[in-house]
Design a binder for this molecule. Structure first.
Ligand code: PBG
Ligand code: ZN
Length: 333
């Protein structure tokens, strides 16, 4: 194939031929929307560093789920802001904790709506780390596993469809799988944050979830951004321990990792388009420096192209709306 016999521009002549040869598609059904839930009633507090993202109280969830359903978004992942925090993150595994109440609020309104829960302790611990700490502030691995497993079971008992451990303790997928099975939840899948990097891109999330560590950082448990072979080892471990879906997080700076994980394992793969990635787009768009719609659709398509089957993104509602508009335009053409 050589010029002039082959002219790649021929298949770019108009929208119809471009859509016929398109290799990657993005659909609202690929998207998972994160929700931040807090106690109380009537709460709808915008996160300053994440315009358009709100902390909601459970009573606001039915309307929010109706809005998402209309947009074609069929799954959410829940993050909780507890009433109180302590050293052991007790509210995380309390059957009447905020996430458990939020699940029930959604399920009593929309029993079929797919609810995923983030399983971690950092939102619930007074020190903001993802596990138990010792007197030196070291995050203890093995004693933390039991609490994560209890949290996952408590979420499942409240009605969660899937649990997603984000703590990065070694062995947590196995601990959670064993506990879920023992409690009769053998059909509850685990989406493991397998290649979760220690990242500057989580800044706005820690405002939204009030989960910044009180001292130090997470580099003793989250991965070093320089590594990709290690991401494959982490993912292999999670799969061996029973993960049903694996995740790469953040997404934008780690598209090579998404591709490697997908190629190596062929497992359902999730990309987490994190808070800092969202905030950058929002800030630049607000200044009129970028076209938000184009940039978001291009980026999310990029995650799919890199190998992601699904994307957790704060852009989900906007993206779904834009995709719907484009589909309309294509039909009306
Ligand atoms: C909890 C958790 C974090 C995110 C998801 N789950 C924060 C962290 O690890 O500090 C980040 C999500 C985002 O930035 O959008 N461990
Ligand atoms: Zn955490």
């Amino acid at each position: 194939m050589q010029f002039p016999a082959y002219r790649p521009r021929r298949t770019r002549m108009n929208p119809t031929i471009r859509s016929l040869v398109r290799e990657t598609t993005l659909s609202p059904s690929d998207l998972i929307y994160p929700l931040f839930v807090k106690p109380g009633s009537g709460a709808r507090d915008e996160v300053p560093s994440m315009p358009g993202v709100y902390q909601l109280s459970p009573d606001g969830l039915p309307a929010e789920i109706d809005r998402l359903k209309k947009l074609g978004i069929h799954a959410v992942i829940l993050f909780g802001l507890p009433t109180s925090k302590d050293e052991r993150g007790s509210e995380a595994y309390d059957d009447h904790g905020i996430v458990q109440e939020a699940i029930r609020a959604i399920k009593s309104h929309a029993p079929d709506y797919y609810v995923i829960t983030d399983v971690c302790l950092c939102e619930y611990t007074s020190h903001g780390h993802c596990g138990l700490i010792d007197a030196d502030g070291y995050v203890l691995n093995d004693p933390t596993l039991e609490l994560l497993a209890a949290e996952a079971v408590s979420h499942a008992r409240a009605g969660a469809d899937m649990v997603a451990p984000s703590d990065m303790m070694d062995g947590r997928v196995a601990a959670i799988r064993t506990a879920l099975d023992a409690a009769g939840f053998e059909n509850t899948p685990i989406m493991a944050y397998s290649a979760k990097y220690s990242s500057g891109y989580y800044g706005p999330f820690r405002d939204a979830a009030d989960s910044a560590p009180a001292f130090g950082d997470r580099s003793q448990y989250q991965m070093d951004a320089a590594n990709t072979d290690e991401a494959l080892r982490e993912t292999a471990l999670d799969i061996a321990e029973g993960a049903d879906i694996v995740m790469v997080k953040p997404a934008l700076a780690f598209m090579d990792v998404i591709r490697r994980v997908k190629d190596e394992f062929g497992y359902p793969t999730c990309a987490y388009n994190v808070s800092g990635e969202y905030a950058m787009v929002k800030a630049a768009a607000e200044r009129g420096w970028i076209d938000e719609r184009r940039v978001v659709l291009e980026t999310l398509t990029g995650f799919k192209r890199a190998g992601a089957d699904m994307i957790i993104t704060y852009h989900a509602p906007d993206c779904a709306r834009w995709l719907k508009e484009e589909a309309h335009r294509a039909v009306g053409r």
